[in-house]
Design a protein around this ligand. Sequence first.
Ligand code: PRX
Length: 647
Amino acid sequence: MSNLGFENTDTFLLETRVFPPSPSTVENANITAYMKSKGFDDYDAFYKWSLENRFEFWDDMAKELHWFEPWQKTFEWTEKPFFKWFLGGKFNITYNCLDRHMQTSTRSKVAFHWEGDDGSNRTLTYEDLYILTNRMAKGLQNLGVKKGDRVAIYLPAVPEQVVALLAVARLGAVHTVIFGGFASNSLRDRINDAEAKVLITADGNYRGGKLIELKKLADEAIKETPTIEKSIVVRRLGSDVNMQAGRDIYLDDLLADIPEDTFVPCEPVDSEDPLYILYTSGSTGKPKGIQHVQGGHAVGVYATTKFVFDIKPDDVYWCTADIGWVTGHSYIVYGPLMNGATSVLFEGVPTYPQPDRFWSIVEKFKVSILYTSPTAIRGLMRFGEEWPKKHDISSLRILGSVGEPINPEAWIWYRHNIGHDELPIMDTWWQTETGMILISPTVVIPLKPGSASRPLPTIEADVVDKNGVSVGSEKGGFLIIRHPWPAQMRTIYKDPDRYVQTYWNVIPDVYFAGDAATKDKDGYFRIQGRVDDVIKVSGHRLGSMEIESSLVSHPAVAEAAAIGKPDPLKGEHVKVFVILKQGFEPSEAMEKELKLHVRTTVGALAVPDELEFAPSLPKTRSGKIMRRVIRARELGEPVGDTSTLDG
Ligand code: PRX
């Protein structure tokens, strides 16, 4: 655990106001209805009950979904740390997102209002989505995809991206979505680790007006992915792209002979069968394939969507994340669809063509629930309040935030300018690994700016020291969760040992989140950031090692170290220190070339803002670069224990 750099016990309390919930919101909230059904008026008493009766709570949630065969046992934790939820149940998440709604009025309800980067629109009802999903599932079947096969998805935010996930899950196959901002090497490595059989991509797309040649990047990647047999290409631009005969097929052509009334039954999979693998960055080595299951994952995501965002039949919900990240999986695709919600799906960026893009979309579709990121808020703050003022955004009733700590200043701006000083902000803490939101307000509790507030019902979170002992209020420590929850990851794909080591063996028998936090006397958590070598740039999760590996793959680089530095806009930005090989000289041209190299190998999101040529780097005696020391020196903080430092 030598790389746990967190030793700080100070807390930061910049904003001490507490914002109580509005009585009418409380009265009508989904969580209030559930509390009442259990005989509670008081949230604290309800939360306490939920800890003691977690299986009753989750059974209740699971019963609101459709099961081909009910589960026989709610939970089992006999082979610790591995656990199971809803044992013996037969389930399909796509059935719960689509088929179930075909028997109700939701059938004709809008599932997605889609808006393209260029302002074009498409509207898809639940029935439209159902038809397209069945056809795509048939197309995948025709290409030989069956239960358990992995399908890679590398698409922009178009409706076909949602349909691709649902079609794969329908067959009981396993999707692995790769964020469209990743470059070909990252795509290649993820496809190879997942051993995907089929890739679904697009000819290209525009983001913020910039052309992204997705098919070119995909072609580059699949030169070195022996498992890919077929590649399906969605026509987003309609431009001519290279199509390799026998391997590549346009989606239109694949579906041409598949009629609208095609029905592909949902595969009734076991609750614990895999739904997806999503790669995320860790401390060391290659990205981890976080594996989630069908049953418990669905139950957790369904319930948290219902309670945190308080979704009602008339709401228009918009999560601005990308489906390439976990937020999009849980809270664009599965959670809202299982709840029968109407959502907005947006392909573009907040500031294109102008900084009022978000507010124009809110106005156009009468968005009532907006879930976005602190980086987006801070970015829009820069342009001033006149931009939201140009639009009627009075349809909004609940706001949300995710991905990184929201600083109190941004929180207050969001509440004041977007929330008319009234709307509750759900600052939701969770991770790719947790699958669902774990620490977050619901609309019934008071809010404290900059705090993700309290653990959701049944979730037992704490702040502890290295030995797992609670540190008490207002003290810094490690964020842990004491008992498994249904949507929790089950393993790292093909690497169960790493799963055990990373999450369960750091502090014995509890889930180690990798974040530092404090808890106040009211049980409100403040998340302070990662304690490992994960860097959060604009909420995107990057590993120091990924950036360093990219740099050392350049012929001029001998060694490299990447750290995250506080950034007023992005939360953190990347700074790299580079030692050049003999015969290469530092120069501006070299700096540019190395940045470009990171862009073309990892992706634009990983490009360092700062690059410093260094003569040497601090290392342990065993030769490991001490990023913690580099970071402390860079930030002018105490360097801490350097007893293992070489020289
Ligand atoms: O450091 C925490 C930060 O994001 C990490 C998880 O990143 P990822 O797996 O990419 O998932 C992001 C979206 C769920 C966490 O370990 N984080 C996430 N939400 C918050 C947060 N930090 C502070 N406040 C949050 N609300």
